[in-house]
Design a binder for this molecule. Structure first.
Ligand code: 13P
Ligand code: ZN
Length: 279
């Protein structure tokens, strides 16, 4: 057997993009964020890295897209399957993940690997694909869209005003590192029915100038140049929300001041989203 054939046989174990998504989804489930089938991930892959492990000339089946994405034509993604449990991806990646390519007209998906037993990509594919389109416009290094049911972020959407600027400021005040990790703040949608093109369009609209979009009483979307990058962003927002949920009902006696946040921004060379800190 040639090396290339062995690679194609052993994709479950060898492809770094499969291994990484297996590890991170198991970790996210362990954090308690991804109950049952909660959460989904899509990651943009290079044609060459896919071709090293998968026969890209062989299309296993095609799936129609109800929301055409010509901007993503000929792009390759690894995606989580709809209804699949993050807990189980690590033990059976081929059943729970898929490698897909958007066709030339952007209205169909070629399934190249995985999504065994007629599984389909996440029901949140409209939000993922439309967000990829917007993030790629502003960040050529962008690759990952990650959605998860981060516990304390959801809790905070019940007890904090849903004003984006006020929400962002509260999060910045909860841990000193927050402003450095997300100086662009968080955005918040109104409550919407998930899995629709409408929530996809509204999420992507926020992604034009944010990397984090919160869906009240549901979860969070984070984006980044790698799985670690998107995960680290969500983890930091979730940690700040956890501190808020621990501290707020005790009666907060002091907090990080606006001046201290401005000093922090200057020291770390970041520009805080305008209109939040008193100048
Ligand atoms: P999927 O199983 O279709 O990915 O849906 C999970 C989810 O979190 C919906 O918002
Ligand atoms: Zn969800």
């Amino acid at each position: 057997m040639t090396n290339s054939m062995q690679n194609k046989e052993n994709i479950n174990m060898q492809a770094p993009f499969v291994r990484e998504i297996c590890e991170i989804t198991y970790h996210m489930w362990s954090m308690g964020w991804d109950e049952r089938n909660g959460g989904n991930i899509s990651c943009l892959l290079d044609k060459e890295e896919v071709a090293a492990y998968v026969d890209i000339e062989h299309v296993e089946r095609t799936l129609p897209l109800s929301f055409p994405v010509p901007e993503l034509r000929d792009k390759y993604f690894i995606v989580t399957g709809s209804g699949k449990y993050f807990k189980n991806i690590i033990s059976d990646p081929k059943a729970n993940l898929g490698i897909v390519r958007v066709n030339e007209t952007g209205d169909q998906l070629d399934v190249l690997w995985g999504l065994r037993d007629d599984a389909v990509p996440t029901s949140e594919l409209p939000s993922h694909f439309m967000s990829h389109i917007e993030r790629l416009k502003v960040d050529p290094n962008h690759r990952v869209v990650m959605h998860t049911h981060a516990t304390n972020v959801i809790a905070m959407t019940f007890v904090h005003e849903l004003d984006e600027k006020k929400f962002t400021k509260t999060l910045w005040q909860m841990c000193t590192e927050c402003l450095v990790v997300f100086p662009d703040g968080v955005s918040i949608l109104p409550w919407l029915v998930p899995g629709t093109s409408e929530i996809g369009r509204q999420t992507a609209d926020k992604m034009k100038d944010h990397r984090v979009v919160i869906w009240p009483h549901h979860g969070i979307f984070g984006t980044g140049a790698s799985l670690d990058d998107a995960f680290g962003l969500i983890e930091t927002v979730e940690k700040a929300a956890q501190i808020y949920m621990l501290a707020s009902h005790q009666g907060i006696k002091q907090t990080i001041t606006d001046q201290q946040l401005l000093d922090l921004a200057q020291a770390f060379g970041v520009t805080p989203l305008e209109g939040i800190l008193g100048e």
